[in-house]
Design a protein around this ligand. Structure first.
Ligand code: PMM
Length: 268
């Protein structure tokens, strides 16, 4: 899955694809580089970010989704709002990617049930302005697994079907690099896969990679210089059974997925 952030303030690519034509062109480039899906988002979720209005989010994403869908691209919408998900599906989106797993908008479960589209349920504890303070765990893998399975139960009760659900541990969301939460979740992927749903992994350019690879002065490596590390995570995540990786730099990550697949085939 390639990322098109139609936002002025996303942490690694904010401001690059804010106008409609540039965003559509970028989405098409990602497909040419090997993306099977293009994820279009209009709200930055970087730590500390404040929310955009519903109107602004709609204004940013709907034309881009319409344009990419018209070109035959399989588009997903990255949104926490049922209203945006509805408009996105009407504009051609075929998947809803909700970083709040349905917690941010009580209308989301019904919308997903009504449209029948695949739905990414990410582990989330709160909005960006508070998520760092919510990153408190005794055992991050079992707590994330438990919280995801409670989300699944509630979605199924609302009429969403098992076949629609994709899970995601939410790397970087209420996870602290200093406590290695993201690494524990990657190493514990088998326990998340044991829930029986496809797994999405969004490691691309995230903080935990920056802190793994500090600069000489000790500061984290800048986001745009974390692609090589992202590719290494992609290879390992694909090997461990991920269904999808959500990335900014598609070409090298698509190569890594192919390498892992060839390795697996040779082992079969
Ligand atoms: N991360 C971001 C945004 N959306 N969606 C899913 N399913 N999983 C993620 O890990 C995820 C996401 C934040 O990254 P960005 O600002 O680079 O898009």
């Amino acid at each position: 899955m390639g990322v098109v952030n139609v936002t002025p303030d996303s942490f690694s690519d904010g401001g690059l694809w804010t106008d409609e034509a540039t965003a559509i062109r970028h989405g098409l480039d990602l497909v040419a580089e090997g993306a099977d899906l293009v994820d279009v988002g209009g709200e930055s979720t970087r730590p500390g970010a404040t929310r955009v209005s519903l109107e602004e989010e709609l204004r940013r994403v709907v034309p881009v989704i319409r344009g990419l869908s018209a070109e035959g691209v399989t588009v997903s919408v990255d949104t926490m709002r049922a209203e945006v998900a509805r408009a996105a599906v009407e504009a051609g989106a075929q998947l809803v990617n909700d970083v709040s797993g349905g917690l941010a908008d009580p209308g989301m479960a019904d919308l997903v049930a009504a449209t029948g589209v695949p739905y990414v349920v990410m582990h989330w504890r709160g909005h960006s302005d508070s998520m760092d303070s919510l990153a408190v765990y005794t055992d991050v893998v079992s707590e994330v697994r438990e919280e995801l399975s409670r989300r699944v139960e509630s979605l199924l009760a609302a009429g969403v079907t098992e076949g629609q659900i994709v899970l995601d541990p939410g790397l970087g969301f209420a996870k602290q690099p200093a406590h290695r939460h993201d690494w524990a979740l990657l190493a514990g992927m088998d326990k998340l896969l044991a829930l029986g749903y496809p797994l999405m992994i969004g490691a691309s350019r995230k903080r935990f990679l920056g802190t793994l690879l500090p600069e000489e002065d000790g500061s984290p490596r800048p986001a745009v210089e974390r692609d090589d590390a992202t590719v290494a995570v992609t290879a390992l995540a694909a090997q461990a059974g991920a269904w999808c990786v959500r990335v900014h730099a598609v070409k090298p990550n698509a190569d890594a997925v192919r390498v892992a697949a060839a390795w697996k085939r040779a082992n079969a």
